[in-house]
Design a protein around this ligand. Structure first.
Ligand code: B12
Ligand code: SF4
Ligand code: SF4
Length: 336
């Protein structure tokens, strides 16, 4: 078994990237752990209350920006990305059909947290196979990790004005994941940013949630309103949401870098539950259809068991008053 003194870290880095690609990651980059430049942005974002009810965003203090405080001994972060755009995404068709509930395209397939975490673990095992005593910890969308900042440093992409990570070849339809590791691997360089003077995502956002370049007020973002928040949706935002019932893709759809984005190679992200063109009429007819299908699968809507907009309606959790509130409001519009 090799030791840190005998192993060629440059060769190991090349191997890690090749193993990562073989495991289904389209890109693998390596960053150091100095994220101090991002601390000010994070602090400001929290002070502005842009996180709304997402207490997990504030709970970890600056550990989010200090990987070695989160996992002592961490020297590098291996950052990975995995494409999720399903074939025939049919965005325009379903966004313009009022009898269809629009579900954001990242949520059509299996739970990406599980898909990515499993592969990251396999990557970690490959590394320990080559170099014992390596310690690693995988993260996917775990609150304490500043994923955009790490991806940017690792050369995966730049942070767009909508705050998501974009890559010139791949656009932004990909998930991010990380492996914290205790090896002094050679690091990658950040890419040149590509937004230039474009502001299309700020203009298109239906609820004006991108309040300034790189700053998303989550409390206005449809993704937060339909997935993260348990509160009633503020009335002034409801008419702006259209038929988007689970997340939103508009700021990515308009982005010129997504014009030629690759579709996913993963079957896991295909629309296997046929939720893409989900019709209200079918829901009303079949009643229990949605939660039953969701329970049968590893569908991400069931991830973390939150009472999402959709499941609240279906399970008729009337105690929460949520369904009646929103229904009454919709009906009042018809009577006007
Ligand atoms: C909380 C969260 C949300 C919240 C808040 C989003 C937000 N922009 O903060 C809500 C629920 C709204 C949300 C929505 C979505 N999310 Co989300 N979310 C996260 C999460 C858990 C944390 C993000 C975070 O740290 N926010 C805090 C702010 C301060 O950080 P930030 O936005 O990254 O801001 C950085 C930069 O903008 C920069 N910055 C800030 N101000 C300034 C100013 C200047 C001048 C400059 C230069 C830079 C700069 O510094 C900040 C710190 O690095 C990450 C996973 C993770 N652990 O990172 C996923 C994550 C960002 N989400 C993801 C996705 C897919 C989405 C949605 C597309 C889902 C959907 N279709 O509905 C939407 C997109 C909305 C959007 N435009 O952001 C993916 C993005 C993948 C990618 N390609 O980038 C992630 C990375 C999950 C994953 N593992 O793949 N999300
Ligand atoms: S996901 Fe939708 S609501 Fe949220 S920032 Fe992007 S365009 Fe705006
Ligand atoms: S739409 Fe324009 S400003 Fe927004 S992320 Fe894409 S290139 Fe940048």
């Amino acid at each position: 078994m090799s030791t840190i003194n005998s192993i060629d870290l440059i060769q190991l880095t090349q191997d890690i990237k090749a193993w990562g690609r073989a495991l289904g990651f389209q890109q693998v980059g390596i960053s150091d752990i100095d994220l101090h430049q991002h601390e000010a942005h994070l602090t400001q974002w929290l002070e502005n209350d842009y996180h709304g009810d997402m207490a997990f965003m504030a709970n970890h203090g600056m550990k989010r920006a200090r990987p070695d405080e989160l996992v002592p001994g961490t020297l590098r972060v291996i950052s990975v990305r995995m494409n999720y755009l399903p074939p025939d995404a049919s965005f325009a068709k379903h966004l313009s059909q009022p009898d269809t509930g629009y579900i954001s395209r990242y949520a059509l397939g299996r739970d990406y947290h599980k898909v990515l975490r499993k592969r990251l673990k396999q990557l970690g095992e490959k590394i320990t196979g080559a170099l014992s005593n390596t310690e690693y910890r995988p993260f996917v969308d775990s609150a304490p990790v500043l994923e955009h900042a790490i991806a940017e440093k690792a050369g995966i992409g730049w942070t767009g004005k909508h705050s998501l990570t974009i890559n010139k070849e791949a656009g932004s339809w990909f998930f991010l994941g990380e492996l914290f590791i205790n090896l002094p691997l050679p690091i990658d360089s950040p890419l040149e940013e590509g937004c230039g003077t474009c502001t299309a995502c700020l203009t298109i956002c239906p609820t004006n949630a991108i309040v300034a370049p790189y700053k998303v007020d989550a409390r206005r973002c449809i993704s937060y309103l339909t997935i993260e928040s348990d509160k009633d949706i503020p009335e002034d935002l409801r008419p702006l949401m259209g038929n988007r019932i689970y997340g939103c893709d508009d700021c990515q759809l308009i982005c010129p870098w997504n014009r030629y984005a690759d579709i996913t190679e993963e079957d896991a992200y295909n629309d296997f539950l046929k939720l893409k063109g989900f019709r209200w009429s079918e829901y009303l007819k079949e009643g229990e259809w949605f939660p039953r299908k969701a329970a049968e699968s590893k569908y991400p809507l069931t991830y973390d068991g939150k009472q999402q907009y959709f499941s609240r309606i279906n399970t008729g959790n009337r105690a929460s008053n949520y369904f009646q509130q929103h229904n009454r409001w919709s009906l009042s519009l018809i009577h006007i």
